[in-house]
Design a protein around this ligand. Sequence first.
Ligand code: NAD
Ligand code: 0WE
Length: 258
Amino acid sequence: MLNLAGKNALVTGIANNRSIAWGIAQQLHQAGANLGVTYLPDDKGRMEKKVGDLVAPLNPDLFLPCNVQDEAQIQSTFDAIASKWGRVDVLIHCLAFANRDDLTGDFSAVSQDGFNTALNISAYSLVQLARAAKPLMTDGGSIVTLTYLGGERVVPNYNVMGIAKAALEMNVRYLAAELGPQKVRVNGISAGPIRTLASSAVGGILDMIHHVEEVAPLRRTVTQTEVGNTAAFLASDLASGITGQILYVDSGYAIMGM
Ligand code: NAD
Ligand code: 0WE
């Protein structure tokens, strides 16, 4: 049975009740994990309040601001983990960002700044978090990130995010090779399109969802809970032989050629 009792799990990327990370946090909690949650802080403290209220029923042990663009916030997060837990077993990386203008129009129009922003926040952040977690994953561990088909095939308008996801998926493999001897596994979940804050800000997401409902073998989209269950599995000892992989949770969409 899936059992995460006694495991300390850090979840990044919760913005609201539609976030994939929220689906993951709930399933980790249900499986008995001890949770730490980070949020992206803003100047008015809105996210702290909003995400804090949302996650309160899961009784997180740690609740910390962590903008991955600020190395000092990453350091403080893992300092707090070191003193409160002494060890971390599960790291969920569930965040991405590109400038909105770079998710429409010609891909080649992307600026150097826009390219760097997308790659920094969406791909390099996994390396930063894994590096900080590494010395604290003393009893093995599981790192899980979220990716999308647009990182391996062309999806209209996904543009620079596709390049970031390609880099992210390669980060998964290099990190899996580095951390494997320490019994730390690193995997990605390639989720089908789900309506969230990030995806709803993108033009045409509803059309993409309808397309999946027509074409995917299961004839429907996936839910945050389904992604959460897969993340809980990958976090657990049931997945002890799996590392460096990208698992599709996409109603089977990615197998189709026509
Ligand atoms: P979301 O908007 O709920 O989550 C994105 C998160 O990224 C937010 O919590 C936001 O605060 C965080 N974030 C952005 N910049 C940050 C920074 N500098 N530091 C720290 N956090 C930052 O949207 P979501 O759809 O749940 O996205 C979560 C992950 O799932 C992303 O990696 C996304 O690419 C991936 N994904 C989403 C879909 C989809 O259709 N929604 C499909 C496949 C993969
Ligand atoms: O990874 C994502 C979303 C990533 C994302 C979304 C936004 C919108 C708001 C990153 N940065 C931003 N920046 C913003 O300002 N998905 C997998 C969802 C998604 O996004 C798409 C998709 C799909 C699916 C963009 C274009 C085409 C398809």
